[in-house]
Design a binder for this molecule. Structure first.
Ligand code: HEM
Length: 429
């Protein structure tokens, strides 16, 4: 199978030319734009043919397939001007059903059952998250451009839809600079599986290479052997920044340890706590594992990056490809920090929602391995364990951490291939 590669792939490898031309962008490489609108749409029952025609036209004129994404990226590197809109489309199981496809035979059960059936301990969410058909992602460095593009899309289909809503994502502006940090103030997007030769690096401890099969599955409804797609999980996660900062301060005052770094597993600038307890140290950012810290006296067992990627052999197949973007403005003032209204539009790609996202999320929910950043337990307070003295297991103590992140809604999607999307034109009756 072409996706069971054992080394990173060169973008211009002729063997992968067709696969990359047929695959939507953002899966193997992030689109990287500062602003991104996520348009959720439900079509009227009697508008199937019109919906197909709309999507076929979008597929022909707007969708950024992987090769196109690379072209845009190269152009950007040459001219440093990035006004090109990145556009993708994703379908829910409900939409495949609406199109008359027999998905049960072709997709994994987690996808066809949808997120609300997953046993994730999610709190109830606004009814707008019910019955979504598609999500269109439009992203650009210029917010005005995506606002216009979003308006054009919604105007074009106004007669075809029952409802739509937009979730706006934006990289955070901190000290007037566009940053890679999320709302708690920590650098994000450092660790992700590596598919491409251009991203590979020297490895001593942790090899983040992944075969394409970690992200891609064959598009089930086309015969073209080079047509692949990927499952996408979308979750709107609200962050209580005020409470996070309070906990961080409390731990710091009591124990003179960086509380936030213990919760995340990295300092704000990304330095992994398992390698150093000094934020200024010049450590590797990603070449580490936890074999020298089995008690969790350097990086707590409950730390977000340790729960979500234990970096051992058994966790390799559960890795996800994260493509999150924050929402809401970053508040630069030290106080008061927001308690709601800001957070992360968490997105991840994978070849199996059950084996990857759900596996990780359920681990993060479990009492024994509770992750205070994304875990959802029945109780509002959970016990977290860390060492008062860095690296000293005899100094391990318990500390109660309240809920810091709240699930606000989401859904499971599939990113169809170009041949499938183009085929919608031919299937018009
Ligand atoms: C508001 C919610 C979240 C926040 C604030 C957050 C924040 C972060 C930060 C700051 C990092 C470290 C940067 C990096 O290693 O790239 C990280 C890593 C990571 N997060 Fe999250 N995250 C959130 C939600 C999630 C969710 C829902 C999942 C999956 C279910 C997840 C899975 C991961 C994984 C797999 C890593 C990389 C771990 C590694 O490979 O070392 N995160 N996150």
């Amino acid at each position: 199978m072409i996706t069971n590669n054992t080394t990173p792939i060169k973008i211009n490898d002729p063997m992968y030319f067709n696969l990359f031309s047929n695959l939507q962008g953002n899966i193997l490489k992030p689109h990287g734009r500062t602003f991104s609108n996520h348009i959720f749409i439900t079509f009227k029952n009697d508008k199937v043919e019109e919906a197909k025609a709309f999507i076929a036209s979008l597929a022909e004129n707007k969708i950024t397939y992987f090769h196109k994404q690379i072209e845009q990226h190269e152009e950007f590197n040459k001219n440093n001007i990035d006004k090109k809109t990145f556009c993708n489309i994703y379908f829910t199981a409900l939409f495949y059903k609406y199109l008359g496809e027999n998905m049960k035979q072709h997709f994994e059960a987690s996808f066809t059952n949808q997120m609300k059936e997953a046993d994730l301990n999610d709190s109830p969410v606004d009814a707008s998250w019910n019955n979504i058909h598609i999500m269109i992602l439009v992203a650009n460095a210029d917010e005005k451009i995506i606002e216009e593009e979003t308006k054009v899309i919604l105007d074009t289909i106004s007669d075809l839809i029952i409802k739509s809503f937009v979730e706006k994502g934006n990289k955070l502006k901190i000290n007037r600079e566009i940053s890679d940090k999320e709302h708690f103030g920590y650098k994000d997007g450092i660790s992700n599986p590596i598919f491409l030769d251009e991203n590979k690096r020297d490895i001593n401890y942790f090899d983040d290479f992944a075969p394409l099969a970690l992200a891609l599955v064959q598009d089930p409804f086309v015969t073209n052997p080079d047509a692949y797609g990927s499952y996408l999980v979308f979750r709107k996660l609200e962050q209580n920044v005020n409470l996070f900062k309070k906990i961080e301060d409390e731990i710091e005052k009591k124990f003179e340890i960086d509380g936030g770094a213990l919760l995340i597993g990295r300092f704000e600038n990304g330095v992994p706590v398992v390698l150093s307890n000094d934020v200024e140290s010049n450590t590797e950012m990603n070449d580490f594992d936890f074999t020298n810290d089995i008690t969790g006296s350097k990086c707590p067992m409950h730390a977000h990056i340790r729960v979500t990627n234990p970096r051992d052999d058994s966790s390799k197949s559960h890795r996800i490809i994260r493509r999150a973007i924050p929402y809401g403005d970053y508040i630069d003032k030290p106080e008061p920090k927001p308690t709601k209204g800001v957070g992360l539009l968490f997105m991840c790609f994978q070849s199996s929602i059950a084996n990857q996202f759900e596996f990780i999320q359920k681990n993060a929910n479990s009492i024994n391995q509770f992750d205070s950043i994304i875990g959802q337990n029945n109780s509002d307070i959970n016990t977290f364990s860390f060492a008062k003295i860095y690296g000293d297991p005899t100094s391990l103590c318990n500390y109660d951490i309240p809920k810091l992140v709240t699930f606000k809604g989401g859904e499971y999607f599939f990113a169809p291939s170009k041949p499938y999307l183009n085929g919608l034109k031919n299937s018009l009756v």
